[in-house]
Every structure is written in C-alpha cells, then in structure tokens.
Design a binder for this molecule. Structure first.
Ligand SMILES: NC(=O)c1ccc[n+]([C@@H]2O[C@H](COP(=O)([O-])OP(=O)(O)OC[C@H]3O[C@@H](n4cnc5c(N)ncnc54)[C@H](O)[C@@H]3O)[C@@H](O)[C@H]2O)c1
Length: 256
C-alpha cells in the first residue's frame, strides 16, 4: 500500500486486539516487518496470520509485558532474527475496572499500575537498549485522554496513564543527546471503538454511552485506525524532529 515504514522492524505489545491490532495492520501495509505480542495467544496468532496473508512479514509471540524476562527474550529474538529493532509500540493495557478510591482494593490498583505503567517502563528500558544496538528508533507509548484529565471511578487508570505521559517525556529527554537517536512520544486516544471501551460501556451502562455522545465534539467513538495513523506518523522518518510530544487523538474531547 505505502512505504512509510519500509525496511523497519516493529514490535507491538497488545497486538492481538483493538488499537494494537489496527496498528499492526497499518504498519505492515506501510512496509514494516511486524512482531505482535500479547497475552491472548489464540487471537494474536490469528491476527498475525491474517497480516502475513497480505504478503507482509508478521509474527506473533506470547508476552506478558509485566515480566522483565519476557522483554529480554523478545528483544533478543528480534535482534537475532532481524538484526535491528526500529519501532516499539507500548500498546498493551487494561481498564481500571472502575470504582471509587475509598472502596478500591490495593490489588485492583496494583494490577492496573503493573500493566499500564510498569509494562511501559520495561518496554522503554529494553526497547531503548535494543534500538541503540542498531541505528536508533521510535518508541510510541499509548497513554490516554485520562493521562491528561481526571475521570471519577478511574483513579488507578488515570494515575497509570498520567505516569506514561511523563515517563515518555523523561525518556525522550534522556535519549535526545545520545546517538543513535531514540525518539519517545506518547499518544492520547479519546474514546475508541475497541473491546476495552465495549466492556466499560457494558459495566457502566447507558449513562456512559450518553456521556461519550455528549462530550466528544466530533461525536461518538473514534476508530482504531484513527490511532494507528498517529502511531505510524510518529514511527516514520517524517517525525524525525518529534520527540517528547503528546499526540492527542480524541475528537476534540480535551479541547473543551
Ligand atoms: N479504546 C480506547 O478508547 C482507549 C482510549 C485511551 C487509551 N487506550 C489505551 O490503548 C491501549 C490499547 O487498548 P484497546 O482499547 O485497544 O484495548 P484492547 O483490550 O482491545 O487491547 C488491549 C490488549 O492488551 C493486552 N494485554 C493486557 N494486559 C497485558 C499484559 N500484561 N501483557 C501483554 N498484553 C496485555 C490485552 O490482551 C489486549 O489484547 C491500552 O493501553 C488502553 O489503555 C484505549
């Protein structure tokens, strides 16, 4: 389709579903070699097979992003197999499960922070190391509109996504003066039509759907490809002067 990512090797966590899946499809269509990882093995294998059927090089590996050993293994395999890692999408994430802070179990807090923040930290750590063994690269961390603004009954999710926002900037500054260059940026999706939002709508009920309809200036839900386009831009050489930035793709939600 295009060649914006021709010759690049990309690792995408959360690649079995939603934003990660759409981004894998678009990256492959733009010429990248795509490695998808996720804890959902059956779905991940299926997505990778569908992408490979288009003629692209795409494979799936099971990976829990909260495990440091898992990061070491996947980065070593990519360097061994392809020789370089150029793009990392830290897309794996969980919703906060909802609930007032005064009722929230410490375990609920910790699980959300472990996947959404520890996992991204480990991704940055091992992604930077791997990219610096080649000619540098681009790391894109998926934060959220709720890494910028608060939302009630989502204290753990907001804390995790706010952490991703500033972790990304700190990483960008740390990498800026080193060669080879690794750029680090965050993306802040609004309400996007994925299984994560579908389960939040199911949990919170019609009031949540009404909230989305009434508060997104462009109306309703965005599509996973809306986010994939932003990721591909930040991953591409067209964004060579872009680091430490936060790309908001939210139908105008945060502009209000
Ligand atoms: N959908 C939205 O509206 C929206 C908005 C803002 C931010 N986000 C963020 O986008 C990212 C992708 O979410 P999505 O909407 O595509 O949801 P999704 O549920 O469709 O995809 C998330 C994927 O992450 C995987 N995952 C969960 N825990 C994991 C772990 N420990 N290790 C590896 N993989 C794991 C899941 O299996 C799933 O495939 C998340 O970080 C989410 O917080 C989504």
């Amino acid at each position: 389709m295009g060649d914006r990512l021709k010759g690049k090797v990309a690792l995408l966590t959360g690649g079995a579903s939603g934003l990660g899946r759409a981004t894998g499809e678009l990256m492959a269509a733009e010429g990248a070699t795509v490695v998808l990882t996720d804890i959902q093995e059956v779905e991940g294998e299926k997505v990778a097979a569908d992408i490979a059927a288009t003629g692209a090089t795409c494979l799936f590996r099971a990976q829990d992003t909260t495990s440091e050993a898992g990061w070491e293994a996947i980065c070593a395999e990519i360097l061994d197999r392809f020789g370089h890692l150029d793009i990392l999408l830290n897309g794996a994430g969980v919703g906060g499960a909802g609930g007032d802070l005064e009722e929230m179990a410490l375990e609920t807090w910790r699980h959300c922070l472990a996947v959404n923040l520890d996992g991204v930290f480990l991704g940055c750590k091992h992604g930077i190391r791997a990219m610096r063994q080649g000619s540098g690269g681009s790391i894109i961390n998926i934060s959220s509109i709720f890494g910028v603004a608060g939302m009630s009954q989502s204290g753990n999710y907001c804390a995790s996504k706010g952490g991703v926002r500033l972790l990304s900037k700190a990483a960008a500054l740390e990498c800026a003066k080193k060669t080879p260059l690794v750029r680090v940026n965050s993306i802040h999706p609004g309400f996007i039509d994925t299984p994560m939002v579908a389960s939040a709508v199911q949990r919170r009920g019609q009031a949540f759907s009404d909230y989305i309809d009434n508060n997104v200036p462009l109306g309703g839900l965005g599509q996973p490809m809306d986010i994939a386009e932003g990721v591909v831009y930040l991953a591409s050489d067209a964004a060579g002067f872009v680091t430490g930035s936060e790309l908001v793709i939210d139908g105008g939600f945060l502009a209000r």
